[in-house]
Design a protein around this ligand. Structure first.
Ligand SMILES: *Cc1c(COP(=O)(O)O)cnc(C)c1O
Length: 520
């Protein structure tokens, strides 16, 4: 049983704590309850000390072209440097600020103008400030009651994105924690639309469902099939052409073949901007096939969606307006901070809500005093949810559609420049003409240049990119990714996104690859 003791006029602190005991102090189980124990002055001082450090180290130095992109350490070395152990006694502010400094120092600087390693890069200041605000406010976007501002902002951003997808009548959507999760949403909503009983009955009694995506699609489509109990064997991979685009004739053949085998096609997931090659599937032709066979048409535009904001390049996604759903990550080409991923559906009848809602009575009370249509959280598969739309909204507000369009156009113009340089320079060979911001090429060191392109050549070329990668990481001068892909041995995949990148950085990359790999 708890003992409540009200101590009138006790002057000494019997608990040994340094906090003075006030009049009317309440003690429960020996713990003083008057006033907070987190001293707001101490907390304030710490935040005030940390902010300039963040500004100096994680913003200014991290984006300075004269600083390193990464400070490579082996996991063993890094464990020692970071002193990871959590102890009984806390540390002083000075020590904690040193911890912060170390974490920043040994982190990869993804905002650095020579970070070309991933499908995101750069640091947008508006998106950063939006993130600082949401981290400070700590909102969870499930109800209007808890997140009035962020609920309305998310709705506005989704409507604007829908406009760029081209759904004249509107649609619906939700921000999700990753494009992979958006693709899972797509599979789940498509299946629910096809067999609404599944929500209550589960998998037993379901027909033998099969979905279609190209061999170049993102691995999250397979993950979705595994996660949702469809099974990876029931993901039919449609062949792609040499450029990495799904071949529509092959799709139609495979759909027909599956039907003949008594399997039940329900969805096609096309890709607008594939992860490795940056290829765009022919959306109009795929839409025709989906219409003929009554299949849900999903477009994974996680990477390529950014092009929708460019009048010059939106033709890459011609036909996207015919999709039933779209996954689009503004944290990639458009530089909203990680994570910022929209899942959009054309449906306006509340399909997203019906598919996922659980109507928790402690959150989504039906007798609230305001319009409960703004309690949008039940569309989501999550409970707590970050306000990812805000950083995109603030950035869009700040630079306008014009600014976003200019960035996309510039990234693609730089990709074109890199392509031409690769073609011009001795020792570099392009895999294929890029459609988007993925420029894929080999570096061929002088020792291989006069070899015939036989098995021996390819075997030795395969070993070049990993060594150059190791050297660039250890030097910290830049980061460019490499991978083998289908019939191609290890090649560099150079991604261009950030407006902080300039022609000089592109020239630097080619010179640096040459300098690091000349002796191989
Ligand atoms: C990046 C990417 C995804 C996955 O997005 P995450 O946010 O990393 O989960 C899905 N599809 C494509 C085509 C992508 O490029």
């Amino acid at each position: 049983m708890r003992r409540f003791v009200t101590m009138n006029s006790i002057s000494s602190d019997s608990n040994g704590s340094s906090r003075p005991v006030k009049k009317n102090a309440v003690l429960v189980d020996g713990v003083h309850l008057n006033g907070p124990i987190l001293d707001s002055k101490v907390g304030e001082r710490f935040v005030r000390e940390a902010l300039p450090l963040i500004m100096e180290e994680a913003v200014l130095k991290a984006t300075d072209v004269n600083e390193k992109v990464c400070e490579w350490q082996s996991p063993e070395q890094l464990k020692e440097k970071l002193d990871l152990e959590l102890r009984d006694q806390g540390e002083t502010h000075t020590q904690i600020l040193e911890r912060c400094r170390d974490v920043i120092r040994y982190s990869v600087k993804t905002g650095h103008p020579r970070f070309f390693n991933q499908l995101y890069a750069g640091l947008d200041p508006y998106s950063l400030v939006a993130r600082l605000i949401t981290e400070a406010i700590n909102p969870s976007v499930y109800t209007y009651e808890v997140s009035p501002t962020f609920v309305l902002i998310e709705e506005a951003v989704i409507n604007k994105m829908i406009q760029y997808v081209g759904w004249q009548e509107g649609g619906d959507g939700i921000f999700s924690p990753g494009g992979s999760v958006s693709n899972m949403y797509a599979v789940n909503v498509a299946r629910y639309k096809f067999c609404p009983n599944i929500k209550e009955e589960g998998l037993s009694g379901m027909p033998k469902l099969i979905l279609f995506t190209s061999e170049e699609s993102h691995y999250s489509v397979s993950k979705a099939a595994a996660f949702l109990g469809i099974g990876t064997k029931n993901v039919c991979t449609v062949p792609a052409d040499d450029r990495g685009k799904m071949i529509p004739e092959e799709l139609e053949k495979l759909v027909q073949q599956a039907k003949n085998e008594g399997r039940v096609p329900f969805m096609v997931s096309a890709t607008a901007g594939t992860t490795v090659l940056g290829a765009f599937d022919p959306l109009e032709e795929i839409a025709d096939i989906c219409e003929r066979h009554g299949l849900w048409f999903h477009v994974d535009a996680c990477w390529g969606g950014g092009a929708l904001l460019s009048r010059k390049h939106r033709g890459l996604l011609t036909g996207i307006h015919r999709a039933n759903s779209v996954a689009w990550n503004p944290h990639k080409m458009l530089m909203a901070g990680l994570q910022c991923c929209a899942f959009l559906v054309k449906d306006q009848t509340g399909l997203l809500q019906r598919c996922h809602s659980a109507q928790a009575s402690y959150l989504f009370q039906q007798d609230k005093f305001y319009d409960i249509r703004y309690d949008t959280g039940d569309k989501s598969i999550q409970c707590s949810r970050k306000s990812d739309a805000f950083k995109f909204w603030l950035m869009w507000k700040a630079i306008g559609t014009q600014g976003l369009e200019e960035r996309v156009n510039r990234a693609l113009a730089l990709a074109r420049y890199l392509t031409e340089e690769v073609k011009k320079r001795e020792g570099f060979q392009l895999l294929m003409e890029p459609e988007y911001a993925n420029v894929c090429f080999w570096y061929i060191p002088p020792s291989l240049r006069n070899m015939p392109e036989g098995p021996d050549f390819w075997k030795r070329l395969r070993e070049v990119a990993p060594v150059i990668k190791e050297r660039m990481m250890k030097k910290g001068s830049m980061m460019v990714g490499y991978q083998p892909h289908r019939r191609f041995v290890n090649f560099f995949r150079h991604i261009i996104i950030s407006p902080q990148v300039s022609r000089e950085d592109i020239d630097f990359v080619l010179q640096e690859i040459e300098a690091l790999g000349r002796d191989l």
